[in-house]
Ligand binder design. Structure first.
Ligand code: HAM
Length: 426
């Protein structure tokens, strides 16, 4: 029996991968302009990191982690998100001691969540994310939000919505927490088991429950914005003020709580605002965290970041018709006829490639016509024809497939000539 790909995962093949590369390059270039540097952390970490970092009352930790024991009986988990690993590394590598602060990092890699697969919800997906750790300046919140919005804007996705909320500081959260307990407690037995368990541990999570979403007490739940103390309200105001100055539109939604426990103050999501997108409309999520670095053994350090999956970004681009079918092109295909010409073509290819030109040849002993067809399929800009006659005259025939122009070139000049054509001799 043949073996199939695991549910919720996908193969990315040539033809599709070019779009991924384009998006990844674009995202990296935006990070470069915002002065964020790349970090790569392991794909698996100690399970404890996510229990403490993401929070053990979250859906992610309670039912979505790929956790396994290694041969040394350690409990390890395939990372479900990137922030906890980055914060772990920040503490372990003592990045807080570096002169340049805040520490501004970005990452791009696979994450794993045991979710029910559907369009836009994978078990393995690729997150591109950023974290700015070490500053509690509202301007850095605005910077991170601007960076997130640029990712969409620069790819042409302009009708996305930035949804913003503040979860307040510790004091604000504590008074809001009590208000939530008072609100839900009298009727908590009408809620699911998870919510019942969350009531005392983390009542904010109740607002994020997928099962009890329609319960009337959800809509009337106390709003965090009414419980922000002066400092938190001021912080939120400042973030919005800077966004206004940058001309970045947003909507404040006090019900936005996010699915992870580490957020304080600014929390946000970017939503697709288009038709044909199905049930999942959240493209990107993030926010500010305060206790995470400390929880992982570092000094009390605030951070802010976000992540989006490239899968959902591509869905949004496709829904908007913003994806041109990507073409990968070849500069030169060498058509060789006869044993000696074939040997020579291997040498020419090697030199072309060294000169920065993408080049290929036939490896299936095809006839001339079939070799031309192969060149055509590969989208070759030039074909260079080397037959026995050409070889004995030390010549090669170069055809520009776009203009149809054909030229006989001295074999010794061939690489220079091609460099001139392709790279302008640079
Ligand atoms: P999150 O909201 O859990 O936040 O995930 C962020 C983004 O990852 C989502 O908006 C979505 O684009 C993508 N995503 C999540 N789950 C899936 C899935 N099953 N399939 C496809 N895409 C998915 C975080 O992960 C935080 N670490 C973000 C953050 C960074 N907060 C601060 N810094």
């Amino acid at each position: 029996m043949s073996i199939q790909i695991p549910r919720g995962t996908q193969d990315l093949l040539p033809g599709e991968i070019e779009l991924w590369q384009y998006i990844e390059e674009k995202a990296k270039d935006i990070c470069r302009r915002y002065n964020y540097q790349e970090i790569r952390t392991p794909i698996f970490e100690h399970t404890d990191l996510f229990q403490r970092g993401v929070g053990d009352t979250t859906d992610i930790v309670q039912r979505e982690m790929y956790t396994f024991e290694d041969r040394g009986n350690r409990s390890l988990t395939l990372r479900p998100e990137g922030t906890a690993g980055v914060a772990r590394s920040y503490v372990e590598k003592k990045m807080y001691g570096h002169a340049n602060q805040p520490t501004k990092l970005y990452y791009n890699g696979p994450m794993f969540r045991y979710e029910r697969p559907q369009s836009g919800r994978m078990r393995q997906f690729v997150q591109f994310g950023v974290e700015a750790i070490g500053s509690a300046d509202p301007a850095i919140d605005a910077e991170v939000l601007a960076l997130a919005m640029s990712m969409y804007g620069e790819l042409g996705l302009t009708d996305v919505k930035l949804i913003l909320n503040s979860l307040g500081d510790q004091e604000s959260r504590t008074s809001h927490r009590q208000a939530l307990i008072d609100h839900f407690k009298p009727s908590i037995n009408e809620f699911c088991e998870d919510c019942q368990a969350r009531l005392e541990k983390n009542p904010l999570r109740i607002l994020d429950c997928k099962k009890d979403r329609e319960h009337p007490l959800m809509a009337s739940a106390p709003s965090i914005l009414d419980y922000l103390n002066e400092e938190s309200a001021e912080y939120f105001k400042k973030v919005r003020l800077i966004l206004d100055k940058l001309g970045i539109n947003y909507e404040v939604d006090p019900t936005l709580v996010r699915g992870l426990d580490y957020y304080y103050h600014t929390a946000f999501e970017i939503m697709a605002d288009g038709e044909g997108f199905g049930a999942i409309t959240t493209l990107c999520g993030g926010g500010r965290y305060t206790g995470l670095v400390e929880e992982l053994g570092g000094p009390s350090t605030p951070g802010i970041g976000f992540a989006f999956s490239i899968e959902r970004l591509i869905m949004a681009l496709k829904a908007k018709g913003l994806v041109d079918s990507p073409v990968s092109k070849l500069d030169c295909f060498v058509v060789a006829l006869g044993e000696e010409a074939k040997d020579k073509s291997a040498e020419l290819l090697y030199q072309l490639r060294k000169a920065g030109i993408s080049a290929d040849k036939d490896y299936l002993d095809r006839k001339m016509k079939a070799q031309f067809k192969a060149a055509d399929r590969l989208g070759a800009t030039y074909t260079a024809i080397l037959g026995e006659d050409e070889l004995s005259n030390k010549k090669i025939n170069v055809k520009n497939m776009v203009t149809g122009e054909q030229k006989e070139i001295d074999l010794d000049d061939f690489i220079n000539y091609m460099s001139e054509q392709i790279t302008g001799g640079k």
